[in-house]
Write a protein that binds this ligand. Structure first.
Ligand SMILES: Cc1cc2nc3c(=O)[nH]c(=O)nc-3n(C[C@H](O)[C@H](O)[C@H](O)COP(=O)(O)O)c2cc1C
Length: 364
């Protein structure tokens, strides 16, 4: 029996629609920056945003480009600042630095599965050491007067510590818990263990967000029904389908759910290109960045993966947009598939733990 939280609960920021399950865009390194949040807000923002992680160590200072997603946030939705690290004085110093910015709260990363991260006992590496978690979240809780939240996987290579860690979440009055229902060692490819998310939803005294393979509004409803979670956190499938949060709200309200066409997707590609354009980005780098997003988008364009095949070969802006026009505007009224087509895998693939939590060598 896990004891309930002993501290009074703090109110979370209100969602878009009172009474509906919450929604959040999952933090994703090199993705959930200011530009991407702006794009998401255009198509239907989640209730909450989370930054990419601020990496904390003795020499670290909050990365300027991530700070921008806090101070220049015009989405109208709250942004939580995520930290990854384990050295308590530096974590506390970083919290104090970040609290000077308009943060909705401070979030601790206890899930990143990249070997170079977990080998330093941070991110998912922390899940091996409940005593360390007890100390770290206790000290962070003391340092954060407002909302303090945690995002975790269900274990490192097994789930043996899971209930012990959930007890620590309660002990320290963590205000919101996001659970990616896989162990670190399971990376991205295994089934998601929604039953473990259900255990958290039943035993943690504060709201729990269910995370992992929430591919559509229908899947969000099914996962909420199965787990009893307070809401959903969605990552890769929001890159693929930026309408997903709007669709969730429509489905939760039992109203008609928007169904984007390939022409809508073509407009999304334009918007992403414009928003990610900076004065100093060389064309080749910009095209390469776009291809990382389009790897996800392509999972729902055609069942044979032809768009992905052609898109991956584009080297210039003109080639990339020619591919997009050919595949997205030949049949502009065709529906963009609600779920990824079976067997169409996003590459660089996010399903094998590699060296870093980024789209280049993805992991988290
Ligand atoms: C490119 C990429 C970067 C990620 N970066 C982070 C991160 O900075 N912090 C974090 O907690 N999780 C990170 N994650 C994990 C996601 O937040 C999320 O837990 C995971 O993708 C499972 O959710 P999904 O199936 O909805 O994508 C990352 C995932 C991806 C694909």
């Amino acid at each position: 029996m896990i004891p309930a939280p002993s501290t009074p609960s703090r109110a979370l920021p209100a969602g878009h629609l009172p009474g509906q399950p919450l929604s959040a865009l999952a933090p994703m390194q090199d993705v959930t920056d200011l530009a991407f949040m702006r794009v998401m807000a255009h198509y239907g923002a989640p209730d909450y945003f989370f930054t990419e992680f601020f990496r904390v160590h003795a020499q670290s200072r909050p990365e300027k480009h991530i700070v921008r997603s806090l101070v220049e946030n015009r989405t109208g939705r709250p942004v939580f600042a995520q930290l990854i690290g384990e050295e308590i004085p530096h974590m506390v110093r970083t919290v104090q630095d970040l609290l000077r910015y308009p943060v909705a709260g401070i979030d601790l990363n206890m899930g990143c599965p990249a070997p170079k991260i977990y080998k330093k006992n941070v991110g998912g590496g922390l899940l091996r050491d409940p005593a360390k978690i007890d100390e770290l979240i206790g000290r962070l809780r003391d340092a954060v007067p407002g909302l303090f939240t945690v995002k975790m996987r269900i274990g490192f290579d097994s789930t043996e510590n899971y209930e012990r860690i959930l007890a620590l979440i309660n002990k320290h009055g963590v205000d919101l818990l996001s659970v990616h229902g896989r162990t670190v060692k399971e990376g991205y490819r295994s089934e998601v263990h929604y039953d473990f998310i259900g255990t958290a939803a039943r035993t943690v005294g504060r709201p729990v967000l269910a995370n992992g393979n929430i591919t559509s509004a229908a899947k969000a409803s099914a996962v909420l029904a199965e787990t009893g979670a307070a809401g959903v956190m969605i990552g890769r499938h929001a890159i693929r389908n930026p309408w997903i949060f709007r669709q969730c709200r429509e489905r939760f309200a039992h109203t008609a759910v928007f169904s984007p066409t390939l022409a809508d997707v073509r407009e999304y590609v334009d918007r992403l290109y414009r928003e990610t354009q900076t004065p100093d980005i060389p064309e080749a780098a910009h095209v390469a960045k776009m291809k990382k997003y389009l790897n996800f988008v392509g999972q729902s364009v055609d069942a044979e993966g032809r768009f992905l095949h052609d898109m991956r070969r584009a080297m210039t802006e003109a080639e990339l947009f020619a591919v997009c026009d050919r595949h997205l505007l030949t049949e502009p009224a065709k529906t963009f598939a609600d779920e990824p087509y079976p067997g169409i895998i996003a590459r660089p693939n996010c399903e094998t733990p590699t060296e870093s939590c980024s789209l280049d060598t993805v992991t988290a």
